[in-house]
Structures are given as C-alpha cells and as structure tokens.
Design a protein around this ligand. Structure first.
Ligand code: COA
Length: 261
C-alpha cells in the first residue's frame, strides 16, 4: 500500500481498512486528507484483491469532526464553492465505489464527517458516536452533500431539524432515524465492521457492484426507468461466471466461490 500522511491504509483477506489519521484535530478533513481519500479510492478500486472497504477514524474520540474549519475560514465565494465541489466529488466517488464501503463511526461524525459516513454504503456506529451537521453555527450550510444525503436517508423533517438546530444526536437516535444501520459497544465496533466487510467481500463482486449502481443511480430515476436499469444489470449478471457458480453451488448444496467475472 502507498504511504499516506493523513490516512492509515491496511488490506488483509480482501478487506481494506482506511483510517482517518489526524486524531489531534479529531480527524478534521483538510484538503490534504481529501486528496488522499481520492488517491486511496483510486488505488483500492484498481486492486482486485480488495473486495470491501472499512472507513474509520483514529483515536478515541472521533470518526471525523468535520471539514477543517481553519481552512474553511479562509475561503471567499469562489474558493468556498470550489472547496465544496471538490469534496462533493470525492464523496460521490465513494458513494459510487463499486465495492461495498462500511463506515465504522467510532466517535464524532460532524459536518463533513457525517457527510463522509453518509456517502458510505453501510454505517455502523459505536455507542459513544455522535452525529450532526453543525455548520449552521459557523454561518454555513453543509457543503459536501449533507443537505441532500441526510434528507434522502432520514426524510426531510428530521434532516431539517438537524440542519437548522445544528444539534448533535446520539448513535441510538441516529439508529432510530435510519442514519446508521447498527450500534455496537465501542470496543466491539471495529471487529463488527471487519466481520461485516469480510462477509461482503465473499459475495459476488459484480452483483455487489451492480446493487450499488442500481440503488445509487436508480434512486434518482423514475421507478420505471430504474427498474429497467435493474433488468439490464440483472441481464449482465446472467452473463457472468459468478452467476453460473452461484446457481450451480446452490443446486449442488455447497458454498459458492466467486471470482468476480
Ligand atoms: N476543524 C479544525 N479543527 C478541529 C475541528 C474542525 N472541524 N474539530 C476539532 N478540531 C480541533 C480543535 O480545534 C482542537 O485543536 P487544538 O487542540 O489545536 O485547539 C482539537 O481538534 C480538539 O478539539 P476540541 O474542540 O478541543 O475537542 P472537544 O472534545 O472539546 O470538542 C467537538 C469536540 C467535536 C465538539 C468540537 O471540536 C467541535 O465542535 N468541532 C467542530 C465541529 C464542526 O463544527 N464541524 C463542522 C465543520 S464545517
């Protein structure tokens, strides 16, 4: 794996773990971290040995406490827009990443941290995690897709409550709202995320990529067109070796072994 300054990246048994690593700044997402998140994304997407990714934060307190406020404070209108568009692009590519991405939210997931978690495909949280979009208290709106992904995940009412109050919510409340999939004791979170990612890594890679594509693209389309997209992806699966293997393994009463073709 390449060396990164603000990330730790390890890959083992088909699962890569990307750890945001600026714990002294609660893993706040500065420009350099975003650039590394883009670079690691490219490296992991090309690495056929990696079939699932876990994203988490270093230290005891934070997944990520947001965009780096010191950098944002220096933005003018054009710079702010460019910063938002750059970050949105990086998060959108994580959302479209063709292998399952699990966020292991181990503490504060605020602002850009919450937005990064929302761009992941599945979110697991520790009991001490806290979620929120506190940008309003900085005189800002979220800029990395937060207004859009939050409303899509939890509905407009809860999204506007979080956006307009800037309040932080507990992992339990985030679970109730559908913002996280499951909550674990702090010391069990990474283990649970790795176990889930390992399970996902053993599934048929093409079918996984197509599920991500169908949900990601399809949720923005009229139902009929989205179902047509689904049918096309289903058809592509039917041409894969993995579909032959999966159906044959079922009929032979054994576990399938998928190759990603
Ligand atoms: N950007 C830049 N630095 C940040 C940061 C951010 N988003 N969040 C935390 N930090 C830095 C703090 O400035 C501090 O640095 P310092 O030790 O050099 O002074 C360090 O991280 C630790 O944070 P601190 O505020 O002392 O920790 P805390 O436990 O008292 O409070 C939070 C934790 C998360 C409640 C608080 O840090 C916070 O509100 N952060 C900003 C959250 C936010 O508004 N995010 C949206 C940004 S657009």
């Amino acid at each position: 794996m390449d060396e990164y300054k603000n990330l730790l990246v390890e890959a083992k048994d088909g699962v890569a773990v990307v750890t945001l690593n600026r714990p002294e700044k609660l893993n706040a997402l500065n420009r350099a971290t975003f650039e590394e998140l883009a670079a690691v994304q490219e490296a992991l997407s090309e690495d056929a040995a990696v079939r699932a990714v876990v994203i988490t934060g270093a230290g005891e307190k934070a997944f990520a406490a947001g965009a780096d406020i010191a950098e944002i404070a220096a933005c003018d209108a054009a710079g702010g827009k460019a910063t938002a568009l750059f970050g949105q692009g990086v998060f959108a590519r994580w959302e479209r990443f063709p292998k399952p991405v699990v966020a292991a939210v181990n503490g504060f997931a605020l602002g850009g941290g919450c937005e990064l978690a929302m761009a992941c495909h599945i979110r697991l949280a520790s009991e001490n995690a806290q979620f929120g979009q506190p940008e309003i208290d900085l005189g800002l709106t979220p800029g990395y897709g937060g207004t859009q992904r939050l409303a899509r995940l939890v509905g407009r009412g809860a999204a506007l409550e979080l956006l307009l109050t800037g309040d932080r919510i507990t992992a339990a409340r985030a679970r109730e709202l559908g913002l996280v999939n499951a909550v674990f004791p702090r010391e069990k979170l990474l283990e649970a995320a790795l176990a889930l990612a390992s399970r996902l890594a053993a599934k048929a890679p093409l079918a996984a990529a197509y599920c991500i594509e169908a949900v990601g693209l399809g949720s923005e389309m009229p139902l009929e067109e989205a179902c047509y997209l689904e049918a096309t992806l289903f058809g592509l699966c039917c041409a894969s070796e993995d579909m032959r293997e999966g159906t044959r393994a079922f009929l032979e009463k054994r576990k399938p072994l998928f190759c990603g073709r």
